[in-house]
Design a protein around this ligand. Structure first.
Ligand SMILES: CC(C)(COP(=O)(O)OP(=O)(O)OC[C@H]1O[C@@H](n2cnc3c(N)ncnc32)[C@H](O)[C@@H]1OP(=O)(O)O)[C@@H](O)C(=O)NCCC(=O)NCCS
Length: 233
């Protein structure tokens, strides 16, 4: 895990951006130029550090994704509550309490359809992604609603993609047929992330929610999930 690996122990945490590591190792540092409007993963690393022991620094700058534990709930809650108070991305109007968050955590498991993963950067939880029950009626059990939130300071650095990669990998083999995501508009980053992972817009709800004194549209995105590998009931 990042934060516990020691210099040289590359094998301890291979859950890093290997492509980026190779580019750095080969000296192709132009590949790290930030995309316009996005933060580079390596902005925090001074060019002078890109030699000698550079790989260790880059490894620690890498984001590690793992299953969430109860110890992560305060950090998860802080990330989510930031958007409750500051953003239209969630339609919650009041911050979630830690007790409510613990109850929520009980819906997720290390196996099965409902997962909760965290992104950890140098020992700190900087984001999370979940696959949750889509609707309570039992025939909906082959669908999940997915969600992903990052701490504002790591947005645009690829953590969202890392979380979704691991989330959808972890769901392979589960008896699932569809994933859904409701995106309150505008949210170009979330749309780009979901489209990158194969979601397509299937519905637009006009003004279903009111927050900050105005109504917001919600676009619903759908992703087929390996239906071919599972026999229908
Ligand atoms: C949505 C969110 C999770 C995306 O995570 P991220 O780490 O910033 O996204 P990534 O860096 O992995 O980018 C994923 C893709 O989207 C693109 N992208 C990212 N931000 C973008 C933006 N503002 N506009 C257009 N495209 C964008 C990236 O270029 C990338 O595509 P590529 O790999 O083909 O280049 C993150 O922005 C976030 O937490 N936002 C606030 C909370 C939120 O909106 N959650 C979703 C609720 S529905």
């Amino acid at each position: 895990m990042v934060g516990t690996s020691r210099p040289g122990e590359i094998g301890v945490d291979l859950d890093v951006n290997l492509e980026l590591l190779w580019l750095v190792a080969l000296g192709v540092t132009d590949a790290m130029a930030p995309v316009e409007g996005h933060t580079s993963q390596l902005d925090a690393i001074h060019p002078a550090q890109l030699s000698g022991n550079t790989l260790c620094g880059v490894i620690h700058a890498g984001i590690h994704v793992r299953a969430a534990t109860e110890e992560d709930l305060a950090a998860i809650n802080d990330i989510y509550n930031h958007y409750v108070l500051e953003g239209h991305y969630t339609f919650d109007l009041e911050p979630t309490s830690l007790d409510a968050r613990r109850e929520w955590f009980g819906h997720y498991h290390d196996t099965g359809r409902h997962r909760l993963l965290v992104a950890v950067d140098d020992g700190r939880v900087v984001g999370y992604a979940s696959s949750s029950r889509f609707k309570s009626r039992p025939a909906y059990q082959t669908s999940v609603e997915t969600s992903v939130y990052l701490a504002p300071e790591v947005i645009g650095g690829g953590a969202g993609s890392r979380l979704y990669e691991r989330l959808f990998d972890s769901l392979k083999g589960e008896d699932l047929h569809r994933a859904y995501a409701g995106i309150a508009l505008p949210n170009p980053a979330s749309i780009a992330l979901h489209e990158k992972f194969g979601f397509k817009r299937v519905a637009l709800f006009t003004e279903p929610g009111r927050k900050f004194g105005r109504y917001w549209d919600v676009a619903w995105y759908e992703k087929p999930l390996h239906a071919e590998s599972v026999s229908p009931d």
